[in-house]
Design a protein around this ligand. Structure first.
Ligand SMILES: Cc1cc2nc3c(=O)[nH]c(=O)nc-3n(C[C@H](O)[C@H](O)[C@H](O)COP(=O)(O)OP(=O)(O)OC[C@H]3O[C@@H](n4cnc5c(N)ncnc54)[C@H](O)[C@@H]3O)c2cc1C
Length: 476
């Protein structure tokens, strides 16, 4: 369980129980989908469907920083695309922060929004030059940046960034949107284009929509768009432990993998949240060792840790989100590159403007059909990563499963069996229904995780994160 999960309120929305015809359907109730519904709330016939419950996806596993100081993103964008694009991205992030703040203020959402300083730290000599260049870039855009020069690190500081409690933010949006058409426990299993509209199939019912916004983190369909060739998945490990003082800053290192941290105060309890060991899911798969090394890095004792969780996000080839139309009236919002708090708000505004046929200056910047997303080099490296994750997932390396897993053939089917503390067997088919990758057992969080495209399943095989649409339960 992440630190944020317990703050999600228990108010539930109904499950879809009839066929519907709407103007716009939003698929996914994370921060991206819910914020899109917020911007479209005055429009008629807009509906949002969520496969499980609002906020229970990737969003609840975030760090919750709201900052435009995102490592050395502006250097990366200059390198991947060009200087002008880096400037436009900075502008979008500054506007996104203001937009988020204005929603919080207007709707009087108590989400513990706190003004904090943000730092980017170069703790390796090789990173100092990059961080210094980031400083020059930001200063050229009129931002006041402080320099901190120490013997063992170099850092830059800005003082107009924020942290918040994302679950409380979603609770606030839910209240504002309580009379909207929202359905939970309603998964879209198929989309077909028919006679000028999209026919979206759920279990038992159909929603016909003129426009569809796919805000479900990893789209469950391969075509159109083919996201695996334009992105890869990055996984990180987080811990939260109690400390005495709420220090008003957040940190991220310039190097990747590096670390990231912030504080959060809830009444008398103050937590420090540390994140590290980020890796492409195609590679490291020993979750237990990764959690241990995060703990070691932050010098936290086992007994002091209150929460441990991992999270994944989609990293686009050029480090720019994919938000916009991919086919007539079919929109996606994804590829937030671990900066989805601001980008989902910028993206939600963009999607709402596009569907309302209003001008939005980020249309080209985030355009999912842009040429940069298709560069031959990144296309090649993403294809390689897909192959590597597929091949590695098929190797039954003991380190990736722990001692409580065994593999067997039952009823002609290859199954994986997890034996819990009470000696009960939990049997699953160890193959992701999405694209047939083998699944890795996450011993700390007790889930089966797909290293290829980030689907997750409970120990009894229930799919709790897409793109997989199906469970992996095994019927004896
Ligand atoms: C380790 C880590 C730390 C991060 N920290 C930060 C941070 O500090 N600041 C920041 O800005 N960003 C951060 N991020 C990024 C941010 O958390 C994500 O980009 C963001 O939460 C993604 O939101 P989402 O709405 O797209 O996805 P989700 O929250 O996953 O929402 C998608 C929803 O769609 C639903 N869904 C899926 N398939 C279907 C279907 N077929 N039918 C219906 N519903 C469906 C899911 O159930 C889910 O609820 C971090 C990411 C990681 C990995």
């Amino acid at each position: 369980m992440s630190l944020w999960e317990k703050y999600l309120d228990t108010k539930k929305f109904p499950q879809l129980d009839k066929n519907l015809k709407v103007d716009t359907l939003i698929i996914g109730g994370g921060i991206a989908g819910l914020t899109t519904l917020y911007f479209l709330k005055d429009k008629k016939d807009v509906c949002l469907v969520e496969a499980s419950q609002i906020g229970l996806g990737v969003t609840k596993n975030t760090t919750g920083k709201i900052t435009y100081l995102q490592g050395v993103i502006y250097q990366d964008l200059e390198k991947n695309i060009d200087y002008k694009t880096a400037i436009k991205y900075l502008k979008s992030q500054k506007e996104g922060i203001n937009l988020l703040k204005s929603i919080i203020k207007k709707e009087k959402i108590n989400c513990d929004l706190e003004l904090v300083k943000s730092y980017v730290v170069a703790d390796k000599k090789a990173d100092v030059k990059k961080v210094k260049q980031e400083k020059i870039f930001l200063e050229n855009q009129g931002i006041i940046v402080k320099e901190i020069i120490k013997e063992n690190y170099y850092a830059i500081e800005v003082d107009d960034t924020y942290v918040f409690n994302v679950s409380k933010y979603l609770n606030g949006l839910k209240k504002v949107l309580q009379n909207q058409m929202i359905f939970e426990n309603t998964k879209i299993e198929n989309i077909k284009y028919q006679n000028g509209s999209y026919v979206c199939q759920t279990k038992g019912y159909v929603i016909e929509a003129k426009r569809v916004v796919v805000a479900c983190h990893y789209p469950f369909f391969l075509f159109p768009f083919c996201l695996p060739l334009k992105s890869h998945i990055e996984k990180s490990y987080l811990i939260a432990w109690r400390v005495l003082e709420n220090e008003k800053y957040s940190v991220i290192t310039a190097s990747n993998p590096g670390y990231s941290m912030r504080f959060y105060q809830d009444g008398k309890n103050v937590y420090k949240i540390g994140l590290a060991r980020s890796h492409e899911t195609a590679f490291s798969q020993d979750d237990k060792a990764n959690f241990l090394s995060v703990q070691k890095l932050f010098k936290v004792k086992d007994e002091d840790i209150v929460y441990r969780w991992s999270n994944v996000d989609i990293i686009s080839s050029d480090k720019m989100p994919f938000v916009g139309e991919i086919k007539d009236n079919l929109y996606i919002m994804t590829g937030f590159n671990t900066w989805g708090m601001i980008n989902s708000v910028v993206g939600a505004k963009l999607i709402s403007d596009l569907t309302l046929q209003k001008y939005n200056e980020n249309t080209e910047l985030f355009n999912p059909k842009r040429k940069n997303g298709y560069k031959v080099k990144s296309f090649f490296s993403n294809s390689c990563l897909s192959v590597i994750s597929f091949v590695r997932s098929k190797l039954k390396n003991k380190k990736w499963y722990g001692n409580n897993i065994r593999f067997e053939k039952r009823k002609g089917e290859n199954v994986a069996i997890y034996v819990d503390e009470q000696n009960n067997e939990h049997v699953v088919i160890n193959k992701c229904p999405h694209m047939r990758c083998g699944l890795i057992f996450n011993e700390i969080e007790k889930t089966w995780d797909c290293p290829c495209h980030s689907s997750r399943f409970t120990i009894d095989g229930k799919c709790v994160k897409g793109p997989s649409l199906n469970d992996i339960s095994f019927k004896e």
